[in-house]
Design a protein around this ligand. Sequence first.
Ligand code: NAD
Length: 496
Amino acid sequence: MDGRNYIGGRWRPALSGQTFESRNPAHRDQVVGTFARSQAADVTAAVDAAAAALPSWRLVPPPERGEILLRAGALLEEAKEDLARLMTREMGKVLSESRRDVQEGIDMAKYIAGEGRRMFGQTVPSELRDKFCMTVRQPLGVVGLITPWNFPLAIPSWKSLPALICGNTVVFKPAEDTPAVATRLVEIFEQAGLPPGVLNLVTGYGEEAGEPLLRDPRVAAVSFTGSTEVGRAVAIRAAEGLKRVSLEMGGKNAIVVMDDADLDLALDGAVWGGFGTSGQRCTASSRLIVHRAVLDEVTERLVDRARALRVGDGLDPQVQVGPVVNHAQLDRIHGYTEIGRAEGARLLCGGQVLRDGDLAEGYFYAPTVFGGVRPEMRVAQEEIFGPTVCIIPVEDFDQAIAVANGTRYGLSLSIYTADVNRAFRAVRDLEAGIVYVNAPTIGAEIQLPFGGIKATGNGHREAGTAAIEQFSEIKSVYVDYSGRLQRAQIDNRPVS
Ligand code: NAD
């Protein structure tokens, strides 16, 4: 694929002519495509185009915008298999999970297209006679979208579709590891009939192609998903321009397994939550907090299941765990194995880079389980973003909740229990934006708000009805049809 930027309805190379490659993490010699390595001047051109398109796009009736987005959803549906295969080649996750990633985009397109006929405001009584009060939703203006590689279609869809339905124009900077999927998504929007300049794509590296978006005064809002470290820097930079910033960042999610849990169910959840997408999900179940009474059984069974997982190229239907995304990520994951060992956690399986046969061609890491982990260890506190699960023993429910809550993150937490009272106490007390009962920490559906608290987020949510809130301003409107000056708080108050 010869990828270019998409600016003002035209596909163009970077102004500098520079490019970068996207490679298959299962076969590092395979080049998926070459893409524009954008710099500040390219971003400025994209913002120019978005700013020029704004006056007419904001006046397109939202149901009409919705028709275009619905068409984009239908095109995504047609291209689902091709997109999924491209995604697996570009970032490694197994094909069934890539299909699911594309499906989230399709679901979001259908859901958001309908918002074009809702986008509710409020009507509110006035304290004065012959006066009408309501709220209406307005676009923010030009918005910048900065996204990670682990959900290369779902996350850009979660952001771009609501941004567009609300009447914003967009500059989209995808992760440098997944420009091919991003390019295909933008092609689909183009094919669906989005007018030139309404959605613009600039590919490249964060500091070169992402940061200029934060500096441009014409960008009203930035929606970022990525690591907490970069998210904080984005927020600080954007604050200088008083931009609205929504941040979806890292997680250190946990499954609690109580002594009364259905262990078959809990084990299925722990394997899927811990090793799905090679653990490279913001919602990955990287901690397993287990009641002492079932600790031995859960540990033994999890290790057996982890050892049996088939690791390899995600395009192979027999494979359950694909590669990790790049060399830096492989080093980081192995670095945490060494940290865990040094901290005194027991390495029960995995803990190594896989290099047998074809695996030597890519970035493969063995599914890894640490036992005897203490809550304060770094492996139990920091986001590893790999196929590593830490088992933390606890004595009772209260300790389980305290340990689950005891990290700086607050994205997704889960409990397995058969006791409805415990389940509801957990729902009340777990400190996270998302809580699951008898299900792992992954499995979000697009019609519910998605996001986290503490160091995971900054008070915004994506998806569900929250998506519209994220990408619109509320305008309060007063219409006085009395034909005279009416003074609120004065004319309807008797003089004392
Ligand atoms: P990252 O923070 O390295 O990069 C995210 C994006 O920010 C990329 O597009 C990158 O190019 C860009 N970027 C980097 N530096 C920048 C800068 N100085 N200015 C502007 N943009 C910059 O994250 P990643 O490695 O792509 O993704 C993994 C992280 O994302 C994990 O921490 C994971 O938990 C998180 N994540 C969170 C959610 C969520 O919804 N909470 C979802 C998926 C991933």
